[in-house]
Design a protein around this ligand. Structure first.
Ligand code: HPA
Length: 273
């Protein structure tokens, strides 16, 4: 059997031994947004380090565990701390947790992240619903022998971010009176922030926000038939767009400032999907 699939199934079995829970929705929390998981009705948590073969996350501010529980009666599994490509893991490991949540039964995936605003209309603290993505320099998570058990060799990517879910996000934001931008997310490898020239490239390519995650996870989830949506928290203007230099502290501070609204939006979306 395929090595990547084997590893995935080892992790799935390891989790199933610890918990009997069928999530409907999977949620991946981005930088500064992690404490959402502490506020739901928690059934059980499983630290990544407890799962055999699981890539463990190293970024400060990312906790590193699965939280199983309920958001307004909806059974969810939350990744509190994601795995990033820039940590040095192979791309198959980066998307392993996403696939794992799918294998546990989650049919829907909500991706969140902190991102730099590339679109001149955006301001720090805005939320952007992801309509599509572009990857630059990031290898596809689908490279390698196809995992036929999960999906097709040449999957269609014309609607990675579900139109149905996008309509729900839009409606939820409107009802909650939360300002919502929409746009294309560009994933770079990180860990450095982009150069101003790269940010101009993003804009020329049709990008609206830039970050170091998400698109790869969306691709892996879409490949295996999960319904996917994504929301970025625009924590800063991307490099070269303001006089300030970029730093992780600023990213975290903005994310913290709007965390309450973000949580309301995510809760609203989970309840409606
Ligand atoms: N670039 C890349 N990733 C980010 C940024 C950025 O400007 N802000 C938050 N995550």
């Amino acid at each position: 059997m395929n090595e990547v699939y084997n590893k995935l199934m080892t992790c799935v079995e390891s989790i199933k031994k610890k918990i009997d829970f069928q999530p409907e929705v999977a949620l991946i929390l981005g930088s500064g947004l992690g404490d959402y998981a502490d506020e739901i009705q928690i059934e059980q948590t499983i630290a990544y380090t407890e799962i055999e073969g699981f890539p463990t996350s190293t970024v400060a501010g990312h906790k590193g565990r699965f939280v199983f529980g309920y958001v307004n009666q909806v059974p969810v599994v939350i990744m509190q701390g994601r795995v990033h490509f820039y940590e040095g893991y192979p791309m198959s490991d980066v998307v392993l947790p996403t696939r794992l949540m799918g294998m546990l039964g989650a049919k829907k995936l909500i991706l969140t992240n902190a991102a730099g605003g590339v679109n001149f209309e955006f301001q720090p603290g805005d939320f952007m619903m992801i309509t599509d993505h572009i990857t630059t320099g990031v290898p596809s998570p689908l490279i390698g022998p196809n995992l036929d058990e999960l999906g097709a060799r040449f999957p269609d990517m014309s609607e990675v971010y579900s139109k149905r879910m996008r309509d729900i996000i839009r409606k939820t934001a409107e009802e909650l009176q939360i300002k919502l931008q929409e746009g294309v997310y560009v994933q770079f490898t990180g860990p450095s922030y982009e150069t101003p020239a790269e940010v101009r490239l993003c804009r020329a390519m049709g990008g609206d926000a830039v970050g170091m995650s998400t698109a790869c996870e969306a691709m892996a989830a879409h490949h295996m038939g999960m319904e996917v949506c994504g929301i970025s928290c625009i924590t800063n203007l991307a490099a070269g767009m303001s006089k300030e230099q970029l730093n992780h502290k600023e990213v975290q501070e903005t994310a913290d400032r709007v965390a309450k609204q973000f949580k309301e939006l995510v809760t609203g979306v989970i309840t409606r999907i």
